[in-house]
Write a protein that binds this ligand. Structure first.
Ligand code: ZN
Length: 241
């Protein structure tokens, strides 16, 4: 079976549609999302709708919780807060109920799924290096934990006592090893590559592959401008930072 994995959609409908199309084309039959469905982008309701339609296994991100009032504004900068208010006003009761019911953690196949850190998933700590990942690798029982939150792909592997960062976009889950994998961001990448990021896992071959896909950024930017979303968020889509 092939699993499609992605995170941090941030209400970017065009990027999400392209990612789903790509993963389906590669044979994915079920999908996992590590949270932040909404926030920053212009299409919160459409993104919630697509995830519900596909039956995606989704965990809550900090933006999802804040959009439905389960998280205070303290952890967000002023631009993020502004868009969260805008987002809340555009969710139907049904959409809000969906986001409100998202769990902080879920298990699917060989993957434990959280938005930020497995040791304390409601605390929104960033894991950006092997050093950050080391104390997290024993915080889950499945072989690998899939996260998002930083909007930058990262793979940390521990085999025996040795911890290393894998730089390849393709690797195999080795028996006995443990992994922490950040699957990057669909709707607002920050690693310098503006293309939407996602991954595919094959449960038979144990192969994990990252993918990047182009989408119509200008169209999304036009919708953001029409909605009067902050200009910094509009222009950063094209920079991928
Ligand atoms: Zn995010």
């Amino acid at each position: 079976m092939k699993l499609g994995l992605f995170s941090d959609i941030h209400a970017n409908r065009d990027a999400l549609a392209r990612v789903v199309e790509l993963l389906r084309g590669l044979g994915a039959t079920s999908f996992l999302c590590a949270g932040d469905v909404v926030g920053y982008g212009p299409d919160p309701a459409a993104c919630v709708g697509l995830l519900r339609e596909l039956g995606v296994t989704v965990v809550a991100g900090n933006h999802d919780r804040a959009a439905v009032g389960r998280e205070g504004p303290a952890g967000f900068n002023s631009l993020a807060r502004e868009v969260l208010e805008w987002t809340t006003a555009r969710l139907t009761r049904d959409d809000a109920g969906y986001l409100d019911a998202l769990p902080l953690a879920a298990d699917a196949g060989p993957f434990h799924l959280v938005h930020a850190s497995p040791s304390d998933p409601g605390n929104w700590r960033y894991i950006c290096s092997a050093e950050d990942a080391e104390p997290e690798l024993d915080a889950f029982s499945l072989p690998a934990c899939v996260i998002g939150h930083s909007h930058r792909p990262l793979v940390v592997e521990r085999q025996g006592g040795e911890i290393r960062t894998l730089r390849a976009t393709r690797f195999e889950l080795r028996p006995g090893a443990r992994y922490l994998v950040n699957v990057g961001s669909v709707g607002q990448p920050r690693d310098g590559d503006r293309r939407a990021c996602c991954a595919l896992y094959d449960t038979d071959s144990r192969e994990f592959n990252f993918h990047r896909v182009e989408y119509d950024i200008e169209r999304v930017q036009r919708r953001m401008r029409r909605a009067r979303l902050p200009d910094y968020l509009v222009t950063r889509l094209a920079r991928g930072r």
